[in-house]
Design a protein around this ligand. Sequence first.
Ligand SMILES: Cc1ncc(COP(=O)(O)O)c(C=O)c1O
Length: 353
Amino acid sequence: MLHDAARIHFGSDNYAGVHPEVLAAIADANGGHVPGYGDDPYTARLQDVMRDRFGPDALALPVFNGTGANVVALQAMLPRWGAVVAPATSHINTDENGAPERVGGIKILPVDAPDGRLDPQRLAGRRIDPAEVHSAHPLVASFSNTTELGTVHSPAQVAAIVAAARAEGMRVHCDGSRLANAAVAAGTGLGELAEGVDVLSLGATKNGALGVEAIVVRDPAAVDGVEQLAKINLQLASKRRFFSAQLLALFEGDLWERNARAANDAAARLGEALARIPGCELLAPVEANAVFARMPAGAADRVREAGWRFYDWPPSGEGAGAVRLMCAWDTPAEAVDGFAHAVAAAVEAGARR
Ligand SMILES: Cc1ncc(COP(=O)(O)O)c(C=O)c1O
């Protein structure tokens, strides 16, 4: 092994490894030959599971990553002249290196979202004449749950987005890279928290998978050519059984929920611990598995010198001591306590200078 297997960091929930039940499911799917590209019993079973979770018409396509899920989903939902309204802070707008635009040819219309949530009022009045040729047509509203700022859209907030989008003739996409964390935080099932959403990018990698996300189409009328677009966008795995097996391990039973709860609980503990350290402040209430906090000048660097990894927030570092701390499915209480202890020591050392 090339790393210290006991070391836990707070950089991202994808710093974590693979849940043993997912690894076991991959091993279990191994051996023998089955057809490639999704014509296999695991991908068939996945359809049953996703129909249970997301309704009788649901269709699930395993893809390699979240950026790919978003690009394929949005491409399948939009004509060439379409556009997607999304929070300025959204992953599709800020963190995919322009993939929706460059790869998908999708125009994003960003709207202000100080807490990361999509404000339904930002959708009002967006409908334009279908014959309009000068402007891109806003035909999809996209929101993330949880958001990139760690906040959670409640079922009522999702319902309000859906209603506002419908009133303007828009379809709804949810970037559910962390839908499991949002659902545990909201105390709902996965499907319940995406009521009225037409297409989801459903996260699994951050929730304990090796590497897979699913495009979940709830309303088949909302997409055109989604399977073909997955191939065109390099998101069709030939040995798809192993991707479907990971999703089955997480979503057939309650592993998704156990993992998300563990991550959210760790973040809650971390938030409480940091809030007790003089000079540290939480920048937002901890709603799911992210903690945004500010430390006194120099403290974050001293904590890093003590061996911990995490990111400044915003990543450009202009937030003057503001950091983002992510908890994963395997973040134990001891790591949280050890980190908080390191922060307290760093703050004290700063005060003595
Ligand atoms: C909100 C959101 N969407 C999507 C993704 C998935 O991105 P990736 O392409 O790295 O799997 C992430 C990962 O950080 C994310 O935070």
